[in-house]
Design a protein. Structure first.
Length: 71
């Protein structure tokens, strides 16, 4: 199974939030810690990975909604 990094975050909790959103749509994910655990609430950088076949679905789910254009 091939995993790709979908995005990196400055704190692990951001990656966990996105992981929960994707899990609600049955998309498998994993979180990779990118640094040493910090103290004093500074957070730990993390990467969110998804399976290659779920890449575009995950990107669509995590993308911001498009603004409605006035006509």
């Amino acid at each position: 199974m091939t995993w790709i990094t979908l995005l990196t975050t400055s704190t692990r909790w951001q990656a966990e939030l996105m992981q929960q959103l994707l899990a609600s749509h049955d998309i498998s994910t994993k979180i990779i810690d990118l640094g040493v655990k910090s103290y004093l609430g500074a957070g730990t950088p993390a990467a969110l990975q998804v399976r290659l076949q779920d890449k575009w679905t995950a990107l669509l789910l995590l993308s911001p909604p498009e603004d409605e254009q006035e006509t």
